[in-house]
Design a protein around this ligand. Structure first.
Ligand code: GLY
Length: 339
């Protein structure tokens, strides 16, 4: 079956090994009214609580997350509860239940979560579990590891009480059967990759957390894992600096360790928007002469430790949702490099 499909069989990507011991138990950092950056001596007033998340579906996710954040709850609980809404929505074809399957008809899910103490949890190539983000949180909080994949991740989820269920909806099955007629792997900008829900939130305590969850690129090879569950690629958070998260074609984001780089640029003094833009420019430079460039979209969101946020995308069409006390929940079109 696979042989008669036209499929872009790309060389294996360089692997991105994000190793490191899980901070299984860690101390709370004290909240401060103002903090000083490494690049500037002037303390800034922290804007909190605040949320930024990807795409239209971020609006509904923010609404849920604000129930926690707006009542003084922890950002970690907020981001988990927010993205669970997207995971459970059968109409969203790029995340969780209802996600479009891989080229063999399997829905496979990737997710990760981080907090202000550099704790991280991740699952990849997980099947039959509705809420990979909650499994990722359990990996972070209840194991000595950062990442579990495939059958091992599923076995862990079942042990923790998650229920196995079929995530392939009738609509997704129909889309898959339609795709099978040509069986071409050619992601459609801002549609099949209109994808990951990534969310960054800061709570009243000034603590940042972030979450990222997706069913990945539609019609991918069975076993393919994108950027979303890879700490430093789909998401990165350093409580001393800020957080960044990605959406779009995971391979381009992995090749550039995108989210980690956005955070490092903020550490050097860039604003969130400037940092996102610089990494998108880098992705553009690295890919513009590559055959897959025509179907690459990437976008980043970022928030620094002052609650300031920004975003930028390679192509027109990316938007993000923000929520704070002053402006409420709103959707903004990201600035972009090219139409
Ligand atoms: N950014 C999601 C993916 O490429 O899987």
């Amino acid at each position: 079956m696979i042989n008669r499909r036209k499929f872009i069989n790309k060389a294996a990507l360089g692997s991105v090994a994000i190793a490191g011991a899980s901070l299984y138990a860690c101390k709370e950092t004290p909240a401060t009214a103002s903090v000083t950056t490494t690049s500037s001596a002037a303390p800034k007033k922290i804007k909190k609580p605040a949320i930024i998340s990807t795409w239209n579906h971020g609006l509904v996710a923010n609404e849920e997350a604000w129930k926690t954040l707006g009542t003084g709850g922890a950002s970690l609980d907020a981001v988990e509860s927010g993205v669970r809404i997207t995971e459970a929505d059968p109409k969203i074809s790029t995340v969780g239940y209802g996600g479009w399957p891989d080229r063999d008809g399997f829905v496979t899910l990737d997710a990760c979560i981080m907090d202000h103490n550099s704790r991280a949890g991740s699952v990849a190539f997980l099947q039959d579990i509705m809420h990979p983000i909650s499994v990722a949180r359990k990996v972070m909080e209840e194991t000595p590891h950062v990442m579990l994949v495939g059958e091992g991740a599923k076995q862990f989820a079942l042990e923790k009480g998650f229920k196995a269920q079929n995530l392939l909806t009738d609509d997704a099955k129909k889309a898959y059967e339609e795709w099978l007629k040509k069986s071409e792997y050619k992601p459609v900008i801002n549609i099949e990759n209109h994808d990951t829900i990534s969310m960054i939130a800061m709570d009243e305590e000034g603590h940042l957390s972030a979450a990222c969850t997706t069913s990945g690129a539609a019609w991918k090879m069975h076993g393919r894992v994108g950027d979303s569950p890879i700490i430093g690629c789909g998401l990165f958070l350093d409580g001393d600096v800020g957080a960044a998260a990605a959406t779009g074609l995971g391979e381009a984001i992995i090749r550039t360790a995108g989210s980690a780089m956005v955070v490092e640029l903020m550490r050097q003094g860039k604003t969130p928007a400037e940092a996102c833009k610089e990494i998108v420019e880098r992705i553009y430079e690295k890919h513009r002469n590559q055959p897959e460039f025509d179907y690459i979209q990437v976008g980043f969101i970022a928030m620094n430790k002052y609650g300031e946020y920004g975003a930028y995308s390679l192509r027109k069409g990316f938007n993000y949702a923000t929520y704070d006390k002053d402006e409420g929940n709103k959707l903004t079109d990201a600035e972009f490099k090219m139409a």
